[in-house]
Design a binder for this molecule. Structure first.
Ligand SMILES: C=CC1=C(C)c2cc3[nH]c(cc4nc(cc5[nH]c(cc1n2)c(C)c5CCC(=O)O)C(CCC(=O)O)=C4C)c(C)c3C=C
Ligand SMILES: [Fe+2]
Ligand SMILES: [Fe+2]
Length: 321
């Protein structure tokens, strides 16, 4: 499963998709009246047109890159593909599996790090469709699986530029909400490097761990890389530093050659191809940067299949819900 894309890069299709996406209480976690007001009065009047233009810039003859790569992966693995929003839907994928008479469904949310807005939403959606009809097993977050880390490290071994690890951001509120200890996340500056049971569902910790594992495997020293969080939406405080601010700031520190990698995304999508490769590049070059390149996600490469095959091998041991 992945988040999913609109059916077409048009304002109309974006309105349907964004309404479904943003009315999900796992994404905008406000009480229904507030969520409805925010989505319908603040976001939906303007964003569908803006997002349609963004999708037009990355749309291919195969449609949305995200849906295309996810479909190729699922087909190659003999799995069903389902999106949290839009088509192909997870509801249809779940029904297809049930129609085969299976007595167990193994769900692999294609997100290396846990977030309520992604993994949490996927699991709740599938569980709701299934009820107690069959056992549901869910893959644990794979943010430090060697088969995910090693190809990212390999891609960086030949890179001479400064490296920016840009992860999808989250409102800080989400980090606190999914903290099972009720007091660890964001309570101190070094919470994410202080061992805690909170880390099982701490997106921030898992992003930092992904970075740590990749730089260790690639032998990249601390002064050669930065970490930031992208795709902020709305006025709430999201995890910092923000990618767009870092892209503006790096050239002022004399860092003019940059390579960006986005390890929160298994497949390239709007957030990597448009937000980073197009708009992010423009921001960096306008701020005085001289060269910019993007490291692709694993997409449908042999390394992507090896990673997923390795994860799926253990599906029988994934926690059952
Ligand atoms: C990688 C993990 C992701 C997290 C964490 C995440 C949180 C999150 N997202 C939104 C709002 C939007 N995200 C959108 C696109 C989008 N988001 C992810 C992944 C994560 N989101 C992906 C893979 C995509 C790309 C989909 C594609 O079709 O390529 C969008 C839609 C596009 C747009 O208008 O920008 C929205 C909206 C929130 C609010 C959030 C955390 C609360
Ligand atoms: Fe998102
Ligand atoms: Fe933390």
């Amino acid at each position: 499963m992945n988040t999913g894309s609109p059916d077409a890069p048009t304002e109309e299709a974006l309105r349907i998709y964004l309404e479904e996406f943003l009315m999900d209480p796992f994404v905008i976690d406000l009480p229904l009246p507030l969520r409805y007001a925010l989505v319908h009065w603040a976001i939906l009047p303007k964003r569908p047109a803006q997002s349609a233009e963004a999708y037009q810039a990355i749309w291919t003859e195969n449609g949305s890159p995200l849906v295309h790569y996810c479909t190729r992966l699922a087909d190659g693995l003999g799995a069903e593909v389902g999106m949290a929003y839009g088509t192909p839907s997870f509801k249809q994928a779940t029904e297809n599996l049930l129609a085969q008479g299976v007595d167990e469904i193994c769900l692999l949310p294609l997100f290396p790090q846990y977030a309520m807005a992604t993994v949490g939403s996927c699991v709740a959606g599938v569980k709701k469709v299934l009820g107690n009809r069959v056992t549901l097993r869910v893959a644990p977050p794979f943010y430090r699986e060697p088969t995910y880390i090693q190809p990212l490290a390999d891609a960086l071994k030949e890179v001479d530029e400064h490296i920016l690890f840009s992860y999808h951001g989250l409102p800080e509120r989400h980090l606190k909400k999914t903290d099972p200890t009720g007091g660890h996340c964001l309570a101190s500056a070094n919470c994410c490097t202080t061992e805690s049971p909170a880390h099982a569902t701490c997106y921030r910790h898992q992003c930092f761990e992904t970075t740590r594992a990749v730089v260790e495997a690639a032998g990249i020293p601390p002064e050669r890389y930065s970490v930031s969080f992208q795709s902020r939406l709305g006025r709430a405080k999201w995890m910092e530093p923000y990618t767009d601010a870092v892209l503006q700031e790096l050239p002022t520190r004399g860092i003019k050659q940059l390579a960006v990698i986005c390890p929160a995304f298994f497949c390239d999508c709007l957030e990597t191809l448009e937000e980073i490769e197009l708009r992010g590049q423009e921001t960096f070059l306008e701020a005085g940067g001289e060269s910019f390149r993007m490291i692709p996600c694993l997409n449908d490469t042999p390394a992507a299949f090896q990673c997923l095959e390795q994860l799926i091998k253990n599906a029988g041991q994934w926690p059952a819900l």
